[in-house]
Write a protein that binds this ligand. Sequence first.
Ligand SMILES: [Fe+2]
Length: 178
Amino acid sequence: MAVIQIRNTGETISGETEVRQFLESQEVLYEYWDPTKLPESLQNVCHLNDENKEQVLATFDEEIRSLAERRGYKNWDVIALNEDTPDLEALLKKFEQVHTHTEDEVRAITAGSGTFVIKGEDTGYFDVNLSPGDVISVPVNVPHFFTLSDERQVVAVRLFIDPEGWVAHSFNDPDFQK
Ligand SMILES: [Fe+2]
């Protein structure tokens, strides 16, 4: 279950009801897909071949199609990052820049962990620390970035309305402090 930290105040928000309420107030979609539905050989495994990625998509086919139907996503895929990912550190540096998109950014974490840092309406930046099962969507035009946690590995299902149009627009925010 996701845990939230508000950067300005250091406040932590945990517990299903509190997390859902907070994310709802920020217009961030939150869902939970049961990660124990995965075959045991893939549970919390972040080194995946193409066949494994297809297995992840097949496992959550119902959840993916339900979300896609409700919110208009047309395509989906699986991304896996781990210590064997070429140029992982350079990739993370690129990720860790505040940016926006003209469509929402949906990620379902199925293994490993990661953090979305999102600019709240009134709260300033907050961290959403995600573990397997957590599904969030950062709204259109909301400044944010994604990074890995200390375990440095993640598997996520990504859903797109238009993969061609899913481009990061950098957002230089004087309010942002790491
Ligand atoms: Fe993004």
